[in-house]
Design a protein around this ligand. Structure first.
Ligand code: F6P
Length: 342
């Protein structure tokens, strides 16, 4: 079979491991491959890259994606879906493996409905796809955050400061929750639970009164204040209608310093969290996803995506990628994280 491969959305540690697994297993099954550059953009514009086992040598430990990525939505472009069909036809593509998050796989699902033979692989450092228990990249991002928080403790403790650390997590606070617990944060603010900055400040003051002068506050970029408690700003929107986030940490830090009188600094980890080499765990998960995806292609399981459930890789309809997002269970959050903070 001739198989097209693309990676869409934000880059994510482990994408190259998926590509490598798809190609290595596929070549053994007799497939040839074509890479599409920069996600759906490459398919719309017929921008291709050679893809074979040789090209995949040495990429397993590399972050990012050798195919490039973008947040292009063909359904927002004039004649986009038809151009996708034309490109696939021109390259003799029998099947497509689309690796991406809810947006990329949402497009894959629509194309499947339009007759394209596509299999999906879920990806996001945010770990917020309900279709799968885990996504590769999450483990790596959490480890990067914990390493950073460990270092922030040094300065917080040396200078008796409050340090606000903003991490990614647009709709869900998985990274913030895991990194906050593992990094010994004093407070964790997540999108699932609107926060009251006055309560956060009171708690920090109580900590100081009890002799703990250094506090790390982990804030997910999507964390929201309770209505009327703190002013926020909003940024520009991408082709999928998502606002560009990043900055809530500054606002939280400003307000905490004002309300507590304690010197407060902020570190926004941003894209550092998506950079560099994937952890061994993510390489293994990504490899398992890649192998299962090409097997799904050979089984004709189109319109499906691979997913991790109860430790097994299973196939579920692509539509599940765009179903409700997987958020942090408030009970779990209260049970595991909150006892340490009260
Ligand atoms: O969806 C993954 C993610 O890393 C989010 O956590 C973050 O909001 C977004 O991507 C940032 O995207 P970009 O790199 O396009 O600014």
């Amino acid at each position: 079979m001739r198989v097209g491969v693309l990676t869409g959305g934000g880059d994510c540690p482990g994408l190259n491991a998926v590509i490598r697994a798809v190609v290595r297993k596929g070549e053994r099954l007799g497939d040839t491959f074509v890479g599409f550059a920069d996600g759906w953009k490459g398919v719309v514009e017929n921008k291709t890259l050679p893809l074979d086992v040789e090209r995949c040598r040495g990429i397993l430990p590399k972050g990012g994606t050798i195919l490039g990525s973008s947040r292009t939505n063909p359904y927002k472009l004039d004649g986009g879906p038809q151009r996708v069909q034309d490109t696939l036809h021109a390259n003799g593509v029998d099947a497509l493996v689309a690796i991406g998050g809810e947006d990329t796989l949402g497009v894959a699902n629509k194309l499947w409905a339009d007759g394209v033979q596509v299999v999906g692989v879920p990806k996001t450092i945010d770990n917020d796809l309900s279709a799968t228990e885990l996504t590769f990249g999450f483990h790596t991002a959490v480890q990067i955050c914990v390493d950073a928080i460990d270092r922030l403790h040094t300065t917080a403790e040396s200078h008796d400061r409050v340090i606000v650390c903003e991490v990614m997590g647009r709709h869900a606070g998985w990274i913030a929750t895991y990194a906050g617990i593992a990094g010994g944060a004093a407070e964790i603010l997540i999108p699932e639970e609107e926060f009251d900055i006055n309560e956060v400040a009171d708690y920090i003051k109580r900590r100081h009164e009890a002799g703990r002068y250094a506090s790390i506050v982990v804030v997910a970029e999507g964390a929201k204040p309770k209505e009327g408690t703190m002013a926020t700003t909003s940024g520009e929107v991408d082709a999928f209608g998502h606002v560009r986030l990043g900055g809530i940490g500054n606002l939280v830090a400003e307000q905490l310093e004002r309300l507590t009188g304690f010197e407060t600094r902020v570190t926004i980890l941003g894209h550092v969290q998506r950079g560099g080499t994937p952890t061994a765990f993510d390489r293994v998960l990504a490899t398992r996803f890649g192998i299962s995806a090409i097997e799904a292609v050979h089984d004709g399981a189109f319109g499906q995506m691979v997913a991790l459930r109860a430790g097994e890789i299973v196939r579920v309809p692509l539509a599940e990628a765009v179903a409700e997002l997987k958020t942090v269970d408030p009970e779990l959050f209260q049970h595991v994280a909150v006892p340490f903070f009260g």
